[in-house]
Each structure stands twice: as structure tokens, then as C-alpha cells.
Design a protein around this ligand. Structure first.
Ligand SMILES: Cc1cc2nc3c(=O)[nH]c(=O)nc-3n(C[C@H](O)[C@H](O)[C@H](O)COP(=O)(O)OP(=O)(O)OC[C@H]3O[C@@H](n4cnc5c(N)ncnc54)[C@H](O)[C@@H]3O)c2cc1C
Length: 326
């Protein structure tokens, strides 16, 4: 098997020679999707290069305990993603702490520029993830992970039968509301807009008698006792009247911001700013794959991000074989 081919180009009749390595696979990202893609491609002896960005480990580092990784009833997010990274390294993945600043997918091999270097590759796996949209109010930073959550499926169990505020009035918030109702029947929905928006089956959750809705209301601050959230202060946008709502949990249901800006002009996106993929990982560009939270196939779940990363690794290997590149 041939690894990282060395290209030697002679310029005219001069003796000037330069060589550049073409990587089989470059993986952009350092979260569960990226490291799982690295496990897959390193296992296939493709010596992937992983450029992990400024937050190695990704979102699981902020997640605390993970309770929905099949086969692991409870594992710390940092430990889980660290294990995947370690596994990839043991199989031979090269992992570097650098950030991709620019890409050129219009030429082959594909070009990836980082803060420090330039790399060439036959295939690229993009796994740059996403970030939950924040409230941007006082108290949020202090109590994030200490009563403030972003995912009912992941952390709803923390608030069994306790008062919870959900912020948002669109698709994300209503979906989270449906999931949160499985854990508690003391829910206040703070809708920043005048009406809820989303499919009727989701809006129906807000009609549950255990849910109170405040429309046209914004969050002023998150209040806590120094350790955990105890309340939230909100303001009516029309009357300017503020009120304090006691709550043990605050779920921010304002959606997610995908980290895909870097690839604008090179790939196709959906209206949420996610890289548009078909069959889970295939972008429109041959040999370029996207996996995890940055891709339109995301479910914003760790296990699914890892699975899609692995799938992208398999797709990259198949592409290399079919193109006669390995
Ligand atoms: C607080 C919180 C709790 C959560 N709890 C759970 C849970 O309990 N269960 C669950 O299933 N899911 C949970 N999730 C969701 C889960 O963590 C994500 O779905 C998953 O991490 C997505 O993985 P990813 O690899 O696609 O992206 P991310 O984890 O977002 O990783 C993205 C990676 O890309 C890198 N990157 C970004 N830009 C660049 C660049 N320009 N160059 C190079 N690298 C770059 C970053 O450094 C980062 O390493 C939680 C999320 C949050 C925020």
C-alpha cells in the first residue's frame, strides 16, 4: 500500500525541484466526529492527518457526565472523547494542534491552509462541529453546566419533577419541550417572539396544561446561589415589566450555530448554515465529506456524531480505492 505520495516537479530545464506530501485524508476538527473518522481511516492504514483546531475534544468537554452513550451508563464527556482520540493515535493517526484558516477545493489535490502551514490531500473530512446559540446575558457563563443546559435528551434527567425554564419559541425549543415533559411537569417557556413557530405537532407540546408560556419576552439575567441556578429574570418586550421566575434548570432552546463559515464558497449549505450532505456524509464535491454537527445530517448527539465520523472515514477510503489513489 502506498502512503502519502511524494510529488517531485521539475520546472522546465532548471534543476529546481520541490516536493510536497499529499495526504490520503485530512480530517478537520477535534471532536467525536473527527476522532472517530481518524479511528476508521487509521485502522484502514491511511495515516490520516487530524487538524484539531483550538478546542481539542470539542463540545463533550463542556458536557459533564454522558448518560446516553450505548453500553456506558455514565462516562465523563472529556474522558469519552479522550479515549477516542487515544484510540486514533494508537492506530497511527497524526494529530496536530492547529487551526484551519482557509481551504481550496477548486483544485486537486485539495489544499488546506492552517495558521502555521499548508497541506495537500486527496480527500477531506470536515468535522468542525457547532456551538449552541447563547443567551448572552449576565449569569449565563457562570451557571452554564450548573443548571443551564442545551439538550433535554442529554441532561433532562437532572431535573426530574423540578421547575425548569425553556428559552425559545421555535423548532429547537419546542422539540426540547416535548423531551423535557418526560422529566418534569413544571415548565415555563420563554418565547422571545410574539408567537410560537414550528410544525403543529411540536406547537401542541406548548398546549400541555403543565406548560406556561410567556410570549414576546427576553431574558435579562440568570440568577444563582453561587453554585447553581435558582431563578431567571425576564422582561416583557412591550410593557418593559420584569419578573423573576424560580427555576432549578434553564434549557436554552435557541438552536445551534454550525462552524462552517470557513467553507463558504467551496461547498453547498442549507438554510441553517449546515454543510449540505446526502447519505449522511457526502458533500457535492467528490472526495470531500462532512460529519457530525457541522453537517445537515446532524442530530446534535455525541454517538451519532461519532458514527457519522466513522462513516465518513469509510466513504473516504472507498473513494481513494475507486479513484486508484491508494
Ligand atoms: C453542554 C453540552 C452538553 C452535551 N451533552 C450531550 C450528551 O449528554 N449526550 C449527547 O449525545 N450529546 C451531548 N451534547 C452534544 C454533543 O456534544 C455534540 O453533538 C457532539 O460533540 C458533536 O460532535 P462534533 O465532532 O461534530 O463537533 P464538536 O464536538 O463541536 O467538535 C468540533 C471540533 O472542531 C474543531 N474545529 C472547529 N473549527 C475548526 C477549524 N477551523 N480548524 C480545525 N478544527 C476546528 C474544534 O476545535 C472542535 O474540536 C452536548 C453538547 C453540549 C454543548
Amino acid at each position: 500500500m502506498q502512503f502519502n505520495k511524494l510529488i517531485v516537479i521539475f520546472l522546465g530545464l532548471s534543476s529546481q525541484i520541490y516536493g510536497e506530501t499529499i495526504h490520503n485524508v485530512i480530517i478537520i476538527g477535534g471532536g467525536p466526529a473527527a476522532y472517530s473518522a481518524a479511528v476508521c481511516t487509521a485502522n484502514g492504514k491511511l495515516t490520516p492527518l487530524v487538524i484539531e483546531g483550538s478546542s481539542p475534544g470539542g463540545q463533550p468537554l463542556k458536557a459533564g457526565d454522558i448518560k446516553n452513550w450505548p453500553g456506558m451508563p455514565n462516562i465523563n464527556g472529556a474522558e469519552l472523547v479522550g479515549n477516542i482520540q487515544e484510540h486514533a493515535k494508537k492506530l497511527g493517526a497524526q494529530i496536530i494542534e492547529d487551526t484551519v484558516t482557509r481551504v481550496d477545493f477548486k483544485q486537486k489535490p485539495y489544499v488546506v491552509y492552517t495558521k502555521k502551514e499548508k497541506f495537500l490531500a486527496h480527500t477531506i473530512i470536515i468535522a468542525t462541529g457547532s456551538e449552541p446559540v447563547k443567551l448572552n446575558c449576565p449569569g449565563e457563563k457562570k451557571y452554564f453546566g450548573k443548571g443551564i443546559i442545551v439538550c433535554a435528551q442529554c441532561d433532562g434527567y437532572l431535573f426530574e419533577n423540578q421547575p425548569v425554564v425553556i428559552v425559545g419559541g421555535g423548532y429547537s425549543a419546542l422539540r426540547e419541550l416535548g423531551l423535557m415533559l418526560k422529566h418534569t411537569q413544571q415548565i415555563m417557556l420563554i418565547n422571545p417572539d410574539k408567537a410560537l413557530s414550528g410544525p403543529q405537532f411540536l406547537i401542541n407540546y406548548a398546549n400541555d396544561p403543565h406548560v406556561k408560556v410567556l410570549h414576546n419576552t427576553s431574558v435579562k439575567q440568570v440568577i444563582g446561589d453561587g453554585e447553581r441556578v435558582t431563578a431567571i429574570e425576564v422582561v416583557d418586550k412591550e410593557t418593559n415589566v420584569t419578573q423573576k421566575i424560580n427555576a432549578n434548570g434553564i434549557l436554552i432552546g435557541l438552536g445551534w450555530r454550525p462552524n462552517g463559515t470557513l467553507f463558504k464558497g467551496q461547498l453547498t449549505f442549507n438554510d441553517k448554515g449546515e454543510i449540505l450532505v446526502t447519505n449522511n456524509v457526502f458533500t457535492k464535491e467528490l472526495g470531500i465529506f462532512a460529519a457530525g454537527d457541522v453537517a445537515s445530517s446532524t442530530k446534535h448527539q455525541l454517538f451519532i456524531a461519532a458514527g457519522r465520523g466513522y462513516e465518513a472515514g469509510m466513504a473516504a477510503e472507498k473513494y481513494l480505492v475507486e479513484q486508484g489513489l491508494i
